[in-house]
Design a protein around this ligand. Sequence first.
Ligand code: BF8
Length: 652
Amino acid sequence: MKKVSKPEMIREKLACSALERAKLALMNPELIRKKVEERTIDELAKPLIAASLRDGVETVWDRYEQQQPECKYCAAGTSCARCAMGPCRIISGTRARGVCGADADLVVSRNLLDTIATGAAAHSDHGRDIVETLYMTGTGEAEGYTVTDEEKLKRIAAEYGIATEGREIRDIARELGRALLEEFGTLKNFLQFSMRAPASTRAIWEEMGIMPRSVDREIVESMHMVQMGVGSDYVNILLQGMRTALSDGWGGSMMATEISDILFGTPKVNESRVNLGVIKADHVNIALHGHNPMLSEMIVKAAREPDMLQLAGDVGAKGINLVGLCCTGNEILMRKGIPNAGNHFNQELAIQTGALEAMIVDYQCIFPSLPRTAACYHTLIVSTSSKAKMPGSLYFDFSMENALSTARAIVKMAVENFPNRLKDRVQIPGKPVRIVSGFSNETIKAALGGSFKPLVDLIAAGKIRGAAGIVGCNNPKVKHDYGHVTLAKELIKRNILCVETGCAAIACGKAGLLVPEAADLAGDGLGEVCRSLGIPPVLHMGSCVDCSRILVLLAELANTLGVSIDRLPVAGAAPEWYSQKAVSIGSYFVASGVFTVLGVMPKISGSPSVISLLTAGLNDAVGAAFAVEPDPLKAADLITEHIEEKRKALGI
Ligand code: BF8
């Protein structure tokens, strides 16, 4: 364990963003009110955004405004900075080609392939970290980890042809970990988990040449294909995008989900609380932000140890309050019921409550600006991944071998920071709301009596018209949470069951849709089903890698009906997406046969050919395509229309 800097050193190096921005602080209350209303529908975020505007503490919305107007070539996907002959912008007329001769179709498709591969790499590298942890739990080298779900370990080992009868759990964990690590570069030219897809869906992949061969191979091949001079056929480039995305959904992400369940427990229905009101004035507050539960699970363990609780008492706190943010927040909410402080755009605001002793991060979706925000308060930003170092943070070299002892050191430091809290800056904006989560496929299946057949029957009978997966992020181009919440409310009203992950799930949780009582907001059929099962009409299925749970659910439904996934009355939506990971998710939804509506236009408008392929042509290839619709009410219409068409085609 290596600590590279001390809090005092950080403070000397960093200026509080408010000091630099004091001249930008807004004093006009009417202007502040207007801006706040434009930025979010999250009621507890509003007073903190107002305070940030008054005090000049910078947020994502301010930076977005400062970046306007955006470059129209970058927005259209027609700028290219890949090689040293450029940069180039593709402009109609004399500049219709870059220096190398690439036209708009090639530049746009190459940029999109790069985006998909980046997202697939992020999910899959997270998956590899988890799989390595399983392997090292098996060899006994990982500190603090155990196999929690032995039944799932054996079930997945059986999928890999690994004998389990009469063997030690650790031996099975080691062998399964090894087999999964090999999936990243497997020579067998398919991923074992892709065999979960219906044979008819796999036949489509084979026919289109997009069956993923291994995780690393698809990502590396994509990186090869975006090098200048490696082909110029935009269709071929986009099909590689689909294959790479499939290696994420049915590979890297699915491994992350399944092995996290084995190590930390398969989620079961639980009740907790959500929004910025989960932060407690009289407790040591520690926020866990990022993605990989390897770290957060160890922090949870350490924070519950008696000597840590004793230390908290000694510094004058009533206890240690852990709160989650973003997908790490979803991981520990699903499995441990740890309260969630919010989604992507709540991360800076959580610091602005002035009551966070530490924010512990690993990787992905962490604003590089957090140390600047934290410098205005007493909050320590603790980074923990060698892949994601952040100037201005305290870095702890977290690894499997030192996991629990590092977690203890971090928690201890956070507790000792409690007396440094600047009491006049504490502003906890209100009370949290209830949230019910933990809907893994295993839990849903058990609730349905051991099979998905009752769900298929409810869909066939028309009580539930179909299902929609609402996933993804926040983006300042959309009013915070408005896209997610409006779409989900509209769909449940139309008897369409919503399953959600990532920041979408947190948005709807904050809006009160993830409790059984929300059945009253659903249409008659869905409402009746939810009341009889005691479930919400919007089901929280986990973090973004847990979109792979949605794939497994789709495979189960399709296999029950004996059809390919593209024939199901289902759809996907990413109303507020921002991340490359979300592009990979959207692409593997579509490549798996799921019509998917995006609320934010991807950077493809510079190529009518690429738009046409993605929004129409893919229907002939994989039985599904994308649509782009910023208005969530119109998106609900598109989804409803699609679901009704699929029902008709199935004769239900
Ligand atoms: O992986 S939904 S903002 S936190 S990218 Fe990020 Fe988007 Fe949130 Fe989770 Ni997913």
